[in-house]
Write a protein that binds this ligand. Structure first.
Ligand SMILES: C[S@@+](CC[C@H](N)C(=O)[O-])C[C@H]1O[C@@H](n2cnc3c(N)ncnc32)[C@H](O)[C@@H]1O
Length: 463
């Protein structure tokens, strides 16, 4: 059978009988799928009887396409057939398509059927039912039924209902999205991040990128226990959430660490930091967006498998760790990214475009950087990528664990304002060397380094 799209177009407007030849259930799957897929828009008087036997076809793709075509007819006489399929077909996608076709009819007759399907065991089907019912937005019965779904166990259903009926953020006055407080621009505070963050107003910053202390793996951070460490980070990231603008990003660089063994009879302990932080970030409202893996050259990693290479005995294998995670989160919002972009003028959007080669995949190959003062610095290249991909020119970008100030330096290079905190005086000295003292792009906001006391006064003055 030599079937083309043009030929099908001719057939749907002409002799339906000839079409039967192509929609015959005994045809091979490829021909049937082609015909059903390419039928396009159907004329009002098109007879849907050709599709009916195909809704029982053993192949689910054919069943789904047949139902899709029935849906295009928007004919109430198929309501019972579609309802039956939505209840009994063994394939979820087929059942969902049946609901979609019922929804397309936009007829009052469909309401009881759709309401009944709100009890479907599959959340994907329920979401389709919700779409169909939302068409009748003034119907009180439907409104009440849908509102009840806020307690549905599925999180996507809950979110859809919350946004539709319980959206409080809509009424919240928004600080102008593209702007940020001047007194935070190009400022570094030498103090405990938690103390500093208490002083910062809600929704002040556009982007946070940070690499927190590595539990007790390096000398600058001593916690009583791993739990205490995680609790500390939880408190910090909760504050970061509060001061982040709606729909903006938090990018976290961590990796599992090893605390070396205390003696030959003990083993070293590995802590899966990114995986332990992730659940509480989600709980506090950060939405998971991406996991980017930073890959370093093998030569830069500590050799952990020399023993294994000799004896080759199973269970003792330990790969060399050449990766770190760059976890990408977004502050919860019901707005699309487009909304965030529209908060900027055209000139800023144009000036912030990311030109040249881009990283197409979530693996970024970057050499580590070694610093004479700080033991764990960001490579400048890593900061430049993150800032370019996740912020606009003139945004206020934040690193709560500033260290040597590489992130601030990258912000300067890309015409963003930085704000950072760092507890150690020694690293503040290193930061001062790293951050250019003259800003080429904005002479109004030359870099400032404050003690906690000085910063509290600045905050007071700006209240
Ligand atoms: C992994 S390092 C960050 C290095 C940084 N990304 C860089 O490029 O240099 C973590 C930093 O957090 C700092 N730090 C630890 N606890 C802190 C706290 N409570 N408040 C502020 N900074 C803290 C440490 O002194 C250290 O410099």
């Amino acid at each position: 059978m030599n079937l083309t799209k043009d030929k099908l177009n001719g057939l749907i407007n002409g002799n339906n009988g000839e079409l039967l030849e192509y929609l015959n259930p005994s045809n091979d799957i490829k021909t049937l799928a082609f015909a059903l897929n390419k039928l396009g828009r159907l004329p009002k008087n098109f007879d849907g009887k050709y599709f009916v036997p195909l809704t029982k076809h053993p192949n689910e793709k054919i069943r789904l396409l047949a139902i899709k075509n029935i849906g295009k007819l928007c004919n109430e006489k198929y309501l019972n057939l579609l309802n039956d399929i939505s209840l009994h077909d063994e394939n979820t996608m087929v059942r969902r398509e049946a609901i979609s076709s019922i929804g397309r009819m936009r007829t009052n007759e469909a309401i009881p059927i759709l309401i009944d399907r709100l009890n479907d065991p599959d959340p994907k089907v329920i979401l389709q039912v919700i779409r169909g019912l939302l068409v009748f937005k003034d119907n009180e019965l439907i409104k009440n039924k849908l509102k009840e779904l806020v307690n549905h166990p599925n999180e996507v259903i809950q979110t859809v209902i919350e946004e539709k009926y319980y959206n409080i953020s809509e009424n919240k006055p928004h600080r102008e999205h593209s702007k940020s407080p001047d007194y935070l621009k190009n400022v570094v505070v030498n103090g405990d991040v938690l103390e500093v963050l208490k002083l910062i107003e809600d929704e002040s910053i556009h982007l946070t990128f940070t690499s927190p202390p590595y539990y007790n793996a390096r000398d600058y951070s001593i916690y009583q226990s791993y739990n205490e460490y995680l609790e500390f980070l939880r408190d910090v990231f909760k504050e970061v959430y509060r001061i982040t603008k709606e729909g903006r990003y938090f990018i976290l660089n961590t990796s599992p660490i090893i605390i070396p063994r205390v003696g030959r009879q003990y083993s070293s302990k590995r802590y899966p930091i990114p995986f332990d932080i992730h659940p509480f970030l989600i709980e506090m409202g950060w939405e998971f967006i991406d996991d980017i893996v930073w890959i370093k050259p093998e030569a830069s990693a500590k050799d952990r498998n020399s023993g294994f290479r000799q004896h080759r005995k199973p269970l003792a294998y330990k790969p060399n760790a050449v990766t770190e995670y760059i976890m990408v989160y977004r502050k919860k919002t019901n707005k699309l990214i487009d909304w965030n972009i529209k908060q900027y003028d055209d000139e800023t959007v144009k000036a912030s475009k990311v030109h040249g080669e881009i990283d197409k995949s979530n693996t970024w190959f970057i050499d580590p950087t070694f610093d004479r003062t700080h033991t764990a610095v960001f490579p400048l290249e890593l900061c430049l990528k993150v800032i370019k991909y996740y912020s606009f020119k003139n945004d206020l970008v934040f690193d709560p664990f500033g260290g040597s100030g590489t992130f601030c330096k990258a912000a300067q290079l890309l015409d963003r304002f930085f704000f950072s905190t760092e507890i150690s005086k020694k690293y503040i000295v290193r930061m001062k060397e790293n951050i250019a003292q003259e800003s080429f792009f904005d002479t109004l906001f030359l870099p400032k380094f404050y003690t906690m006391l000085e910063f509290s006064k600045i905050v007071e003055e700006n209240k």
